[in-house]
Ligand binder design. Structure first.
Ligand code: THU
Length: 135
């Protein structure tokens, strides 16, 4: 495994422990390697009002943006079980905002088995800035 992948796995495993998931019991951790070479992490945060819950990826993106960095080189998402946790549809779109076609998405099981694909594969025909009307 590449050094950077091990670093992301460690960081995601650590933040996963802090996930607040009393309703689904499905704790997720996410770690972003940004183009400033720093790692930003997030975990899912659920709410008694279910739709207000936030995914782990959104938390990691928020930490990256708050630090003043806007490009995702790689992201790792870790599930709490033996299956991978492929990012949900909304998170694919959020990752696309700050990634590019070559951004790598690593999906890890609780045991640390990893499948990796790029963002072009994860979200083909993405809606993005360039689709908006010119001003
Ligand atoms: N979840 C994530 O954190 N990321 C995903 O990409 C998929 C789902 C969380 C949301 C919710 O707290 C729990 O997993 C079960 O859906």
């Amino acid at each position: 495994m590449k050094n950077s992948t091990t670093q992301l796995l460690d960081a995601a495993q650590k933040i996963q422990q802090n996930a607040y998931a009393p309703y689904s019991k499905f704790k997720v951790g996410a770690a972003i390697l940004a183009n400033d070479n720093q790692v930003y992490t997030g975990c899912n945060i659920e709410n008694a009002s279910y739709p207000l819950g936030q995914c782990a990826e959104a938390g990691a993106i928020a930490a990256m943006i708050a630090a003043g960095t806007t490009h995702i080189d790689e992201v790792l998402v870790i599930s709490p079980n033996d299956d991978i946790c492929p990012p949900c549809g909304g998170c694919r779109q959020k990752l696309r905002e700050f990634g590019d076609s070559n951004t790598i998405i690593h999906m890890a099981t609780a045991k640390g088995e990893i499948q990796s694909i790029n963002l072009a594969e994860l979200l083909p025909l993405a809606f993005e800035k360039s689709n908006l009307l010119d001003e």
